[in-house]
Every structure is written in structure tokens, then in C-alpha cells.
Design a protein around this ligand. Structure first.
Ligand SMILES: Cc1cc2nc3c(=O)[nH]c(=O)nc-3n(C[C@H](O)[C@H](O)[C@H](O)COP(=O)(O)OP(=O)(O)OC[C@H]3O[C@@H](n4cnc5c(N)ncnc54)[C@H](O)[C@@H]3O)c2cc1C
Length: 285
């Protein structure tokens, strides 16, 4: 289907983009267009103005902050993540997961910012960034603010980025010896997840986030505590996951019942934690 008529602007600086977004009711940022253009074609969204972020080169960089955080600009594509030496050094799980998103075209065009801002509960990146303890920098006409991953995802297609605001970067702590894991069951080889789990495990504790079981990623806090207090054998990790599915209230749909999603979430959490444990570099690894 053809797009409805829409005004198109292509700012050359972040300041100009924010001022265009704040100055036009119904303006919407355009990143890789892999979701937005499809929903516009389907008439599920009809922005008045598309603010194309393509020329904002400041948002396309990957680097380190002065205090060692891995900083990923919101316009960084999955292909960039996969090829990045900084990601390889600091948090290679980001490249591993990005390599399983969609197809080559989606990975060449789709961006980290678009993936998290669309806040689709089945997207790969949100639970991963929650498990990694990432923070998100949002720029508006009043200035800049930073929110945690838990506070960023507010609902299906809803995030902490307000009208007239722009996500500029995502900051991820370096692994510092922690191991990371990601597991899930997809519909087809590189398809949408039925349920997934991301985990990071270090001698200081564990963070486990589940995807596709609620509107936003869900922290498996009881399992985190049991993993952190226990040993890391397969039996101990399986025991730590006991009861996890019972506290979840996932949707039922054509791809799987709620019960099936609970089961997949539990198995995914066990696999993600075991993968993270096997990659941990610590005194008791
Ligand atoms: C065939 C196909 C298969 C796919 N498979 C997967 C998959 O397996 N896993 C997966 O995770 N995703 C998948 N996707 C979705 C893909 O990852 C998209 O790239 C992503 O959801 C949106 O990123 P984008 O850069 O294309 O954003 P766009 O489509 O341009 O934008 C998406 C939304 O985010 C907003 N936005 C974008 N950037 C910003 C910003 N910096 N600040 C504020 N708001 C912003 C836009 O206004 C829009 O509302 C698939 C897409 C397609 C077409």
C-alpha cells in the first residue's frame, strides 16, 4: 500500500531535530524505517511530519565514555553493532543478538534506537538491555535526562521518550568479568520470539530479564537472588528457576498459549544463565 502524504524534513544536527520534533504536533523521528514505514503503509500510524535522523552522524557512533561505559548512538545499525571492535571488547552479546535479528536488509537499516523506541514486546534488544543494566539518554527542548532500562520501557509501544523528544544514546556497562547469555524460541530461524531471556552473571550477582511474556521486559528477581546465593551447576540453576513460569502472565496467541510461553520463558532463563555462567571470568568461574 502507498504511504499517505506526509511532510518530510532532514535535520543536520541533533538540536535542529529536537526543535523540529518539539515544534510540530504529530512529528515523528524516522530512523531505519523498518517498523515505522510499515505501520504507516498499514495506516496504523499517520505522522504529520517525518523527521529523518539519517544525517545525524553524532548518533551513529560507538565509543566509550570517560568512565568506561560503552556508548551506542541511537542511529547505530545492527550491522554496525555486529562489526564493532568496541562492542566485541566490552559486551559481545550485543553483536551476537543483533546478528539474529531479521534478515540482512533489516540488519543494515534497523537501528538500536528504533528497536527500543518502538518497544515491541517481541523485539530482541529490550530484554537484553534490561539484563545488561543499560541507561538511555533522552534529549528534549528542556535539556537531557538519563533513565534506566527498567524505567525506559513503559508499555506496548510506549517508552519514556515523550512527544518532541529524541533518544540519543544507550550506555552499557562493560562486562568487567561478568558473563552474558541470551536464549529463546523463535518462529522460524530468524523470526519473532515466542519467549526469550537475557542474563548476566558475575560474582556480584545476576540480572535476568524475560521478553515476550508481558508488555515490557520482566526481571526474574526471585531467580536472580537464588542464582546469586547458590552455586552455578546446571542443577542449581534449574532449581533456581523453579516456579518462575508460575508468576508470569503472558499472552496467548496463534503462536503459542500462555502456558507454553511460561514454559519457554523458564527454559530460556535456564539456558541464558548457564551460557552466562560459562562465559564468566571471575575467581569462582
Ligand atoms: C522483516 C522484518 C523482520 C524483523 N525482525 C525482527 C526481529 O527478529 N527482532 C527484532 O528485534 N526486530 C525485528 N524487526 C524490527 C526491526 O528490528 C526494526 O529495525 C526496529 O523495530 C525499528 O528500528 P528502525 O531503526 O527501523 O526504526 P523506525 O522504524 O524508523 O522507527 C521505529 C519507531 O521508533 C521511533 N524512533 C526511532 N528512533 C528514535 C529515536 N532516536 N528517538 C525517538 N524515537 C525514535 C520512530 O519514531 C518510530 O516510532 C523486523 C523488521 C522487519 C521489517
Amino acid at each position: 500500500m502507498l504511504l499517505r502524504e506526509v511532510e518530510y524534513v532532514r535535520p543536520s544536527s541533533v538540536e535542529e531535530a529536537v526543535s523540529l520534533l518539539a515544534g510540530h504536533e504529530g512529528a515523528r523521528p524516522l530512523a531505519g524505517g523498518q517498523t515505522l514505514l510499515n505501520v504507516m503503509k498499514a495506516r496504523a500510524a499517520s505522522p504529520e511530519v517525518l523527521v529523518d535522523l539519517a544525517d545525524l552522524h553524532d548518533l551513529r557512533t560507538i565509543g566509550f565514555s570517560a568512565d568506561g561505559l560503552l556508548e551506542i548512538g541511537s542511529m547505530v545499525t545492527y550491522a554496525q553493532l555486529i562489526a564493532s571492535s568496541e562492542v566485541e571488547v566490552a559486551r559481545p552479546i550485543l553483536a551476537e543478538v543483533a546478528a539474529t535479528i531479521g534478515d540482512v536488509q533489516v540488519r543494515n537499516r534497523g537501528t538500536v534506537g528504533g528497536n527500543v523506541c518502538v518497544a515491541d514486546p517481541t523485539n530482541h534488544i529490550p530484554p537484553l538491555l534490561v539484563a545488561l543494566g543499560a541507561t538511555f539518554t533522552i534529549r528534549g527542548s528542556q535539556g537531557e535526562r538519563t533513565v534506566s532500562a527498567e524505567d525506559f520501557f513503559l508499555g506496548v509501544y510506549v517508552t519514556a521518550v515523550g512527544e518532541g523528544e529524541l533518544l540519543t544514546k544507550v550506555s552499557v556497562p562493560p562486562s568487567s568479568g561478568a558473563g552474558d547469555g541470551f536464549s529463546g524460541l523463535t518462529i522460524g530461524k530468524h523470526g519473532t520470539y515466542i519467549a526469550n531471556a537475557a542474563a548476566t552473571v558475575s560474582d556480584d550477582g545476576a540480572r535476568i530479564a524475560l521478553g515476550c511474556v508481558a508488555a515490557t521486559p520482566v526481571r526474574a528477581t526471585a531467580m536472580e537472588e537464588r542464582v546469586a546465593n547458590g552455586e552455578f551447576s546446571e542443577g542449581a540453576v534449574r532449581a533456581a528457576a523453579e516456579g518462575l513460569g508460575g508468576v508470569l502472565d503472558p499472552p496467548s496467541d496463534v503462536h503459542g498459549s500462555a502456558d507454553f510461553r511460561r514454559h519457554v520463558a523458564e527454559v530460556s532463563a535456564i539456558r541464558a544463565v548457564l551460557q552466562a555462567v560459562s562465559r564468566r571470568k571471575g575467581p569462582s568461574a
